[in-house]
Design a protein around this ligand. Sequence first.
Ligand SMILES: Cc1cc2nc3c(=O)[nH]c(=O)nc-3n(C[C@H](O)[C@H](O)[C@H](O)COP(=O)(O)O)c2cc1C
Ligand SMILES: Nc1ncnc2c1ncn2[C@@H]1O[C@H](COP(=O)(O)OP(=O)(O)O)[C@@H](O)[C@H]1O
Length: 283
Amino acid sequence: MEIYHLNEKTMNLHNVTSCVLALGFFDGVHKGHRRLLETAKRMATEKNLTFSVMTFFPHPSQCIPHAQTIDKYITPLPMKIEIFKRLGVEKLYIVQFNLQFSRITHTQFVERYIVGLACAHVVAGFDFTYGFKGKGNMKQLEQDSDGRFSVTTVEKYEHHHHKISSTAIRHLLQSGDVQTIPNYLAAYYSVRGKLCYHYRPDASEFVLCIQIDPTYFLPKTGLYHAALVMDSDELSGLLEVSNPSTSTLKFFVKKPQLALTYEEVTIHFLSYADDIAFEQAAT
Ligand SMILES: Cc1cc2nc3c(=O)[nH]c(=O)nc-3n(C[C@H](O)[C@H](O)[C@H](O)COP(=O)(O)O)c2cc1C
Ligand SMILES: Nc1ncnc2c1ncn2[C@@H]1O[C@H](COP(=O)(O)OP(=O)(O)O)[C@@H](O)[C@H]1O
């Protein structure tokens, strides 16, 4: 996958190839996003065009006043890049979202960032907005295209009559309801990190410390049943989130039957565990 970090200065510094472009912020790369990305990939294959994605960083709410500033992510940018790679994206455009960019009008965005990138077809969701004050929408996009590219609008994908959205996933995380998240993400909520050290409070139990990207949106403070995955090995245990802004997680596990030589680990949050479950596991 080729990755381009775009801003006004770097806009014209690379070769463009005719593409199908999927548009959005895509935090979580949840089931709704995946349906959109699959649609774009299928169309790119059918039309023999490059499968490209354009996303933005940081979240627009960081430079434009919103009800809530989003500075923690379900999938921090490095994770999102990994997922796009796995989904077969050929070109990824990461547009720097700053005040200057936010003031670009919907028509200017189409001229510079869609037509300018030789986009032959755009795929975005029913509620995608773009341009100064978010004035552009999917109807406007068709008008702005002026016949130079075609547009597919992906319909709302729901779970139990509610839109699958990054906002819904954040609410589940905030309430500790991690077991419901696979309905939205198609996977357990996961974080990746570095095994920084481990110590043994006694002979039968290990405590592993995992250093994670500080921009992860963590579930509420508490203990979780979790799985720690290292290559093909997996350990079950309890994970402590000491506070939602921590970047160190503690994983409690019965003495593992394997050498803990791994550096990179992934943790899957399986379900919320209460203090009683923790005390039982620790004894
Ligand atoms: C050129 C451009 C300018 C934007 N300007 C604003 C803005 O002034 N105010 C705002 O709230 N969002 C603005 N946005 C953000 C969009 O409304 C939207 O959040 C973003 O395109 C991501 O879409 P998504 O949330 O549907 O994934 C802008 C987006 C683009 C591409
Ligand atoms: N449930 C869904 N069904 C269809 N399209 C979706 C859905 N959720 C998001 N999208 C589309 O995916 C792209 C990224 O949207 P984004 O705003 O990042 O997602 P969210 O609404 O989950 O925060 C946009 O084009 C948006 O319209």
